[in-house]
Write a protein that binds this ligand. Structure first.
Ligand SMILES: [Zn+2]
Length: 550
């Protein structure tokens, strides 16, 4: 048998491949050999393409365990304020965009920190009006749970005088009887997003009332295609999407069937409280999967929000707010009923749980499903686990729960501000906050992701954040895990959590040819995020990124 493509002169590390592995060959999208250059090189035929890795490191492709592909694609044309602070810098960025984008109905920024205008100064419409008095602008918070808009945007969206956006969201009102400009959670944020070219179709809760115009649909397909290409450019070969509906399923299927998807995607059905267990029927509207490229076997729910809007659900009072622990977004009995029904259908459940109260509620729901349906290899997941009580830390492994964690999320990670998050969370919760090491030590399967566009998508930046994390105060435990364990959480661990480990996440003959070449030093990521970069991405045997210089 001859190879379609083979890579020689690479290096591998012990946790990834047998000692002496320097080469890999594949044919028809499947790895056919892994070994030293001589053995694998023997599979070269006249038509085989041979890539000289020049000593670069060979790894399985990255499995990104938590992202938002459609919203991420949308942010590729937004202003990125992830490293921008101060009024003048923000104003200058918008001024430039106003000139560059005369046709945009709404100029949108994302990855905006709560302290963008300084500690203690929450963004509001008055500040934003000084930046843009007439043209609608919006700033989406870094955690994606909040948007700030100027008066023009609020007025055009019809929310300046307030709006009923349901119990899970809020148009925050000021003492003057008008909206302050802060829109909390998706239903509120979407009102302003409706002013954009995407008109909210990338939103978590999007359910079209009627047919979507063909021009809009092809625009949306292109947004997702760009997002998938962006994944490939960062070494990602499988992406676990965390919001899903029938509309997105259709877009992704069209792309997959056309061979236009450079990354494998699994898409969940997103359910809210009012859907109840009956909402699972919406999965029937997703249509057919595309084997190997597109899967729909998961439900996604949110049990709470985030710290910075005091919507994380806690088991004990927030600091300085006696009696306040926030509210679950789904009542426990409804959540349990959905878990039982989804589990009975063989679906995996992924639940957003940030506060220790939400994590407990998620565990309780998964335990209820197990009691009702009996034990099975369900691998139900909890997304984020930013806080957890010491007692609940010990409940995850026995229930087979996977921890889906984002190394770039902890305050302080890779330059993120500590405030206001760590103060709102409260010091009592710090010892078990973002407890990667504690989870690992308890045998809880770890899967790493970025939550893009909440954080930058780059898995190497995530690894840097994990390896360089510092405790928030003296005496707090070290939650770092080793580089090997980080690499596994980005590959094999992600594939395990995605039920695809039999085909992916590891370098081995007979498995899918999903792999990357890394230029530079992964070990150097502990010191610098620039120590390594993705030079080549191969997904299903197809080169999806790089190679021009190889
Ligand atoms: Zn997310």
């Amino acid at each position: 048998m001859t190879a379609d493509i083979l890579i020689v002169n690479a290096r591998t590390r012990a946790v990834i491949a047998a000692p002496g592995t320097t080469a890999v060959a594949w044919r028809d999208g499947i790895v056919i050999a892994l070994g030293d250059d001589a053995a694998v090189g023997a599979l070269a035929g006249p038509a085989t393409r041979v890539i000289d890795a020049r000593g670069m490191e060979l790894m399985p492709g990255f499995v990104e365990s938590h992202l938002h592909l459609f919203m991420g694609g949308a942010t590729l044309t937004m202003l990125d304020l992830g490293t921008t602070f101060g009024f003048d810098a923000v104003a200058e960025t918008f001024a430039r965009a106003a000139t560059d984008r005369p046709g945009d109905d709404l100029i949108q920024a994302f990855s905006v920190h709560y302290t963008v205008f300084g500690e203690g100064t929450r963004p509001d419409r008055h500040i934003l009006d000084r930046i843009s008095p007439d043209r609608p602008i919006s700033l989406m918070s870094a955690d994606l749970h909040c948007t700030w808009a100027n008066t023009a945007a609020l007025a055009q969206a019809g929310v300046l005088h307030g709006a009923d956006v349901g119990p899970e969201a809020e148009v925050v009102m000021g003492p003057d009887g008008l909206a302050t400009g802060e829109l909390r959670e998706f239903a509120a944020m979407n009102r302003v997003n409706m002013l954009s070219r995407l008109q909210g179709r990338d939103g978590l809760d999007y359910r079209p009332a009627g047919p979507v115009a063909e021009s809009d649909r092809s625009y949306d397909c292109e947004v997702i295609r760009q997002a998938a290409g962006y994944c490939a450019a960062h070494g990602i070969t499988s992406a676990v999407n965390m919001d899903g509906n029938a509309y997105q399923a259709g877009l992704l299927r069209d792309l997959a069937l056309a061979g236009d998807l450079p990354v494998r995607v699994s898409l969940p059905l997103r359910l809210v409280a009012s859907d109840g267990p009956a909402g699972l029927a919406m999965l029937d509207d997703f249509g057919s999967e595309v084997p190997g490229w597109l899967r729909f076997d998961r439900v996604k729910m949110f049990l709470d929000g985030v710290w910075d809007t005091w919507t994380a659900l806690t088991t004990s009072d927030y600091p300085n707010r006696p009696g306040f622990r926030s509210q679950p977004l789904i009542p426990q009995d409804t959540f349990d009923a959905i878990c039982i029904a989804a589990d009975a259908r063989g679906l995996q459940i992924a639940t957003h749980a940030v506060g220790d109260g939400a994590v407990r509620a998620a565990i309780d729901g998964y335990a209820a499903a197990r009691r009702a349906n009996g034990p099975r290899d369900s691998r139900h997941r909890i997304e984020h686990i930013e806080a957890i009580t010491p007692q609940d830390l010990d409940r995850l492994a026995p229930l087979g729960i996977t921890a889906s964690m984002q190394p770039l999320h902890p305050p302080g990670a890779a330059g993120l501000p500590l405030q206001p998050t760590v103060s709102i969370m409260g010091r009592d919760r710090w010892p078990t906050a973002f407890p990667w090491r504690m989870l690992k030590d308890r045998g809880v399967p770890l899967a790493f992701g970025s939550d893009w566009p909440v954080s930058p998508i780059d898995p190497l930046l995530g690894i840097h954040a994990c390896l360089s994390r510092q405790p928030w105060a003296d005496g707090m435990p070290d939650q770092r895990i080793s580089l090997d364990d980080c690499l596994l959480a980005c590959t094999r661990g992600g594939a395990y959590a995605d039920f695809s480990a039999v085909r992916r996440g590891t370098l081995a003959a007979g498995l899918d040819a999903d792999l990357v070449l890394i230029d530079g030093s992964l070990d150097g990521l502990a010191e610098s995020p620039d120590a390594a970069r993705v030079a080549l991405t191969v997904c299903g045997g197809r080169i999806t990124y790089g190679a021009d210089s190889l």
